[in-house]
Design a binder for this molecule. Structure first.
Ligand code: ADP
Length: 244
C-alpha cells in the first residue's frame, strides 16, 4: 500500500531524512518511534506531501511520485486524496459543529450532496463514539472528543491510509485511552495506518511493525516483540530505557 524508496529531505543545512526506505502492506499498522528531532513527523508529512522531499520515490496505492521530477499541482492533489492525517492538536473549524466539520471535506472537496454527506458523517461520528455530539461546537468538546472528531474528519473522504502525528500527546492523560481505542478499532477493521506516537502500549498492542528512527535514518524495525523485547541496536535500547 505504501512504498518509500531512498527519501531525502533537508531544511536548509539540516538533512532531516537521510535516505528512508519503508514498505507498508495493506491493512498494516506501522508505529514510528524515536527521539525528538529524529525526523518522524517530517517522514509522516512527506507521505501526504505537506513536506516535499528533494529526492526519492513514494508510492501509495497505485500512484507513484518520483521527487527527481517536477510535480504538477493536479498530481499532488490526486496523491493527497489517498491519505487522511490527524495532527497532534485538532485543527477543527471552530465555527462549525462536529457534524459540519466532518461533512466539510466531502461537500466542498468531493462535491457530495449535503444530505448524503450528512448521513455519512453521522455514521462516522457514531463510530468514533460521538453520536450524541453531532450538533456541538469544538469548544464544547473535551480535547479527546475533539481529537475523535479530527479522526472522523480524516476518515470522511474515504481514504485508504491514515497518518497519525502524535495524536494523543497534547491530551490530558485520562483522555488518551478513548482516542487510542478508536485507533485500535480502525486498525482491527483493516485500515492501513502509520502512527507517530510515544504510547508504547499502543505500539505493543496494535502495531504490526515498529520502526525506530534516529537522526534521519531508520535504525531498527520489526514486530513489537522484535523491537521492544529482542532489541538489536544499542541506540534503540538507550531510547527505550529512557522511557521505562
Ligand atoms: P520528530 O518528529 O522526530 O521530533 P521532526 O521531523 O519534527 O522530528 O524534525 C526533525 C528535524 O527537522 C528537527 O531538527 C526539526 O527542528 C527540523 N525541522 C522540522 N520541520 C522544520 C521546518 N519546517 N523548518 C526547519 N526545520 C525543521
Amino acid at each position: 500500500m505504501i512504498h518509500v524508496t531512498n527519501l531525502h529531505k533537508r531544511f536548509g543545512d539540516l538533512e532531516v531524512l537521510k535516505g528512508i526506505d519503508l514498505a507498508v502492506n495493506k491493512g498494516e499498522v506501522v508505529v514510528v518511534i524515536g527521539p525528538s528531532g529524529s525526523g518522524k513527523t517530517t517522514l509522516l508529512r512527506t507521505l501526504n506531501l505537506l513536506e516535499e522531499p528533494e529526492k526519492g520515490e513514494i508510492t501509495i496505492g497505485n500512484q507513484s511520485i518520483n521527487f527527481d521530477e517536477k510535480l504538477t499541482k493536479k498530481k499532488k492533489v490526486q496523491f493527497r486524496k489517498q491519505t487522511g492525517m490527524v495532527f497532534q492538536s485538532h485543527n477543527l473549524f471552530p465555527h462549525l459543529t462536529a457534524l459540519e466539520n466532518v461533512m466539510e471535506g466531502p461537500v466542498t472537496v468531493q462535491k457530495i450532496p449535503k444530505d448524503k454527506a450528512k448521513k455519512q458523517a453521522t455514521t462516522i461520528l457514531e463510530k468514533v463514539g460521538l453520536g450524541n455530539k453531532l450538533d456541538v461546537y469544538p469548544h464544547q468538546l473535551s480535547g479527546g472528543q475533539q481529537q475523535r472528531v479530527g479522526i472522523a474528519r480524516a476518515l470522511a473522504t474515504g481514504v485508504e491510509v491514515m497518518l497519525f502525528d502524535e495524536p494523543t500527546s497534547a491530551l490530558d492523560p485520562e483522555l488518551v485511552g478513548d482516542v487510542l481505542d478508536v485507533m485500535k478499532e480502525l486498525a482491527d477493521e483493516g485500515m492501513t495506518m502509520v502512527v507517530v506516537t510515544h504510547e508504547m502500549s499502543f505500539a505493543q498492542e496494535a502495531a504490526d511493525k515498529v520502526i525506530f528512527m534516529d537522526e534521519g535514518t531508520i535504525i531498527e524495525q520489526g514486530t513489537p516483540d522484535q523491537v521492544f523485547t529482542f532489541t538489536k541496536m544499542e541506540r534503540t535500547n538507550q531510547f527505550l530505557n529512557r522511557l521505562r
